[in-house]
Design a protein. Structure first.
Length: 287
């Protein structure tokens, strides 16, 4: 098992995995990216992830350097080169390198980077016992801009939020806006359960359109769990019967403690357990 790095369509050996210090992704976080994983060695939701990458790029006016089909083929090639049983994959497109300065017109051709490494997932105990999270009041970088909903490389807000979460022994920070609405996690989408109903913010709230989130909503509909698209408040989250997050790597993870509050019974709830089992069957049809 190992790490594979592809830069601008070329697999690079160790020691040659270099990007210019004048690349705007390094200088300004001027980039977009996707994170995905494999199941049985196959990248899950690859077309969906590349579609979202293209949407993010369009929102920040970065032209994809190659067609999406080429990007998909490069991801598959990089995964094959990694030779891992299961892989974590990160795909990044920066505006490219150029002279110092914020003017996007200074950039040359966009740079694309694909990183593949062995997949490391949370312990089963995290799913059977649940985890702790915090609320983190802030404004995200893209809020009040035309790039709302883009998955951009500048993750400073999430980095600071996760630092605070780690400081108190939590594994996620739920981003709360100035009005007290819980929008999403620093690296996840968020779901509440109230009286058996699944509640999650609508995309119109400016959240990231999570690929795992979309599949989970399909699964919920298939198993008869009623879904309500509504942005919850912090008090709603505290009072929820169940609370959990979703992301590509973690799938669904139950949150049993938020700040200093116990959520529901303090254990993963029945709706979470039902949805997790159905989701795993959905993404592992041969399992």
């Amino acid at each position: 098992m190992g790490i594979a790095v592809m830069i601008d369509g070329e697999l690079r050996p160790p020691g040659a995995q270099l990007v210019s210090v004048f690349d705007r992704g390094f200088l300004y976080g001027d980039s977009v990216f996707e994170t995905l994983r494999t199941y049985a060695g196959v990248p899950f939701g690859l077309t969906e992830h590349m579609d979202r990458l293209a949407r993010s790029a369009a929102l920040v006016f970065i032209d994809l350097p190659v067609p999406r089909a080429t990007l998909e083929a490069e991801v598959r090639a990089a995964v094959a080169a990694g030779q891992n049983e299961e892989s974590y994959v990160r795909v990044m497109v920066t505006r490219g390198q150029g002279a110092l300065g914020l003017d996007p017109g200074l950039a040359e051709r966009p740079t694309r980077v694909i990183i593949v490494q062995p997949l490391v997932t949370p312990s089963e105990r995290s799913y059977s016992e649940g985890v702790a999270a915090i609320t983190y009041r802030t404004q995200r970088q893209v809020d009040a801009t035309s790039a709302v909903g883009a998955k951009i490389g500048n993750y400073l807000v999430s980095v600071l939020a996760m630092r605070e979460a780690s400081r108190v022994g939590a594994v996620e920070a739920l981003i709360v806006d100035s009005r007290g609405w819980v929008l999403e996690g620093g690296t996840s989408n968020v779901f509440l359960v109230e009286n058996g109903r699944l509640i999650t913010p609508d995309i119109s709230a400016g959240i990231l359109a999570g690929i795992t989130r979309a599949h989970l909503l399909e699964v919920a509909q298939a198993v008869g769990v009623h879904v309500e698209l509504r942005t919850p408040s912090v008090d709603d989250a505290y009072a929820a019967d169940e609370l959990f997050i979703s992301s590509s790597i973690r799938e669904l993870m139950p949150v049993v403690r938020l700040d200093d509050r116990t959520i529901g019974s303090g254990k993963p709830g029945p709706v979470f357990s039902r949805l997790r089992a159905a989701f795993r069957a959905h993404v592992r049809p041969s399992a």
